[in-house]
Design a protein around this ligand. Structure first.
Ligand code: FAD
Ligand code: COA
Length: 416
């Protein structure tokens, strides 16, 4: 009787495997083997020491998982966001920090540079990422978080280039990344031209004049990656390092955010993997732990909890795979929906997994408590759940809403 029930308890990954092509399945299996054999054994230590996992980066680079989405013409594997998501999920099942490195090595700044960059920019970025560099994307500032368009970092036109001044914070990889994509307000004299993106290389780290890495945040989770301030003082950037989307430098922000939808899918996928990893462990524990003379999965209270967890995970994966099956970048609406749903789902599912373990889940000996802390981040970083709901509402209603900058300017304030 018990054997029959066990046969039916399948993980959602197995349930969705039949939809993958054989190449995608092979990629997933290769990623799973690396995650289980190389990445998983080091995850607790990375969390405890808060050190950047250079060994893991080395293994990811050798396996070809950094720069998978870079086109063949620039030395990459020419894969899409869906393939990158398959690898990210496998890494996140065992180590959230390592999974975020795969995201940034395939889906963030690198996507923008490969889409909009000049040949020189693409070759430069490909060289760094294919050698294991995790690019940093620098948008957020102390006074411009959700309100990213209120950033004050500026790039002033100066002869054949620009001079950048300003301060960013919460930059993932500050102090370890070489390739930086910096968002700045562009000025030609007194005339503002909009927000644009600039490539700045900090190689070797710490030796770029005017580029200084400030305070590191002591974070709740995802501790293998530094989150730091970065200050730019009179950094000279050649014109050739400005990213110009097809609509022009003055439309840089919209173009860059379009590329940034790729990173939102990546963040959602890390949350998905954390949920899947926690779920699989809870499922195994529910089958092995006995109370009242039987395995705890025989109690309906836990059966329904596990059923909801599995349904939540499958729904999130469907949203992500749908958004990731795109031509160039994921659509803004689909990426926002996938990230809102998955980030909130991962908080629920990792917490429920901890509950299945009882006291054993609350112990730091158990990876679940780390996964709960790691999962908490994804309703914040990369656009908060509130902002993404506004992005969704703006698109389904087809109009700018009085929630962000332009609309708010015309609204009476409570203090008026
Ligand atoms: P705020 O904007 O101050 O928001 C505070 C609260 O108000 C939130 O709950 C928010 O949802 C709500 N709120 C704000 N405006 C509205 C509105 N219009 N409607 C409804 N609610 C609203 N940034 C980078 O540039 N590069 C990185 O590499 C990077 N990595 C990060 C890594 C981590 C681990 C974290 C936590 C953050 C990272 N960030 C990074 C920053 C991140 O993108 C910002 O934290 C995020 O955009 C929110 O900004 P904020 O923290 O200033 O919150
Ligand atoms: N995909 C495609 N285009 C986007 C976009 C996205 N995700 N987000 C914004 N844009 C475009 C808008 O459509 C608009 O284009 P338009 O001028 O043709 O209408 C332009 O960028 C400016 O966006 P808008 O929504 O008008 O800006 P705002 O001043 O109201 O500010 C944002 C709102 C964009 C800053 C806010 O929605 C947001 O995303 N905040 C979070 C920032 C973030 O994710 N930081 C992560 C750092 S790692």
């Amino acid at each position: 009787m018990r054997a029959k029930i066990e046969h039916k308890l399948r993980s959602p990954v197995e349930n969705s495997m039949h939809r993958l092509t054989s190449d995608q399945q092979k990629l997933l299996e290769r990623a799973r083997a690396l995650a289980e054999m190389v990445i998983a054994p080091r995850a607790a230590e990375i969390d405890r020491t808060e050190e950047y996992p250079w060994d893991n980066v080395d293994a990811l680079t050798k396996a070809g998982f950094m720069g998978m989405t870079i086109p063949h013409s620039h030395g990459g594997a020419g894969l899409g966001y869906l393939e990158a998501a398959l690898v990210v999920e496998e890494m996140a099942k065992v180590c959230g920090s390592t999974a975020r490195i795969v995201v940034e090595g395939n889906m963030g700044a690198i996507g923008a540079i490969m889409a909009y960059g000049s040949e020189q920019q693409k070759a430069l970025a490909a060289r760094l990422v294919l050698a294991g560099d995790k690019p940093a994307i620098c948008i957020t500032e102390p006074d411009a978080g959700s309100a990213a368009t209120e950033m004050t970092t500026r790039a002033d036109r100066n002869g054949s280039g620009y001079v950048i001044n300003g301060k960013k914070h919460w930059i993932t990889g500050g102090g370890i990344s070489k390739l930086h994509l910096i968002f700045a307000r562009v000025f030609d004299g007194a005339v503002e031209q909009g927000i644009g993106g600039f490539i700045v290389i900090n190689e070797p780290p710490g030796e770029t004049k005017g580029f200084s890495v400030g305070r590191r945040e002591p974070t709740m989770g995802l501790r293998g990656l530094p989150e730091t301030e970065i200050e730019f003082k009179d950094i000279k950037v050649d014109e050739a390092m400005a990213i110009v989307p097809p609509e022009g430098l003055h439309r840089g922000f919209a173009g860059l955010m379009n590329a940034y939808n790729g990173q939102r899918i990546g963040a959602a996928t890390v949350a998905l993997g954390l949920a899947q990893g926690a779920f699989e462990q809870a499922l195994a524990y529910a089958k092995s732990r006995e109370q009242f003379g039987r395995p705890i999965y025989e109690f309906q209270g836990l059966q329904w909890m596990l059923a909801d967890m599995s349904t939540d995970i499958s729904a999130a994966r469907a949203l992500i795979h749908n958004a990731a099956s795109c031509e160039e970048f994921p659509d803004a609406l689909e990426a926002a929906q996938a990230k809102v749903f998955t980030s909130e789902m991962a908080i629920r599912v990792t917490n429920d997994a901890l509950q299945v373990f009882g006291a054993a889940g609350y112990s730091r000996r158990n990876p679940i408590e780390r996964m709960v802390r790691d999962a908490r981040m994804f309703t914040i970083g990369g656009g908060t759940a509130q902002i993404l709901r506004t992005v969704i509402a703006t698109r389904i209603l087809g109009q700018k809403l009085p929630q962000t900058r332009d609309g708010y300017m015309n609204m009476p304030r409570a203090t008026d």
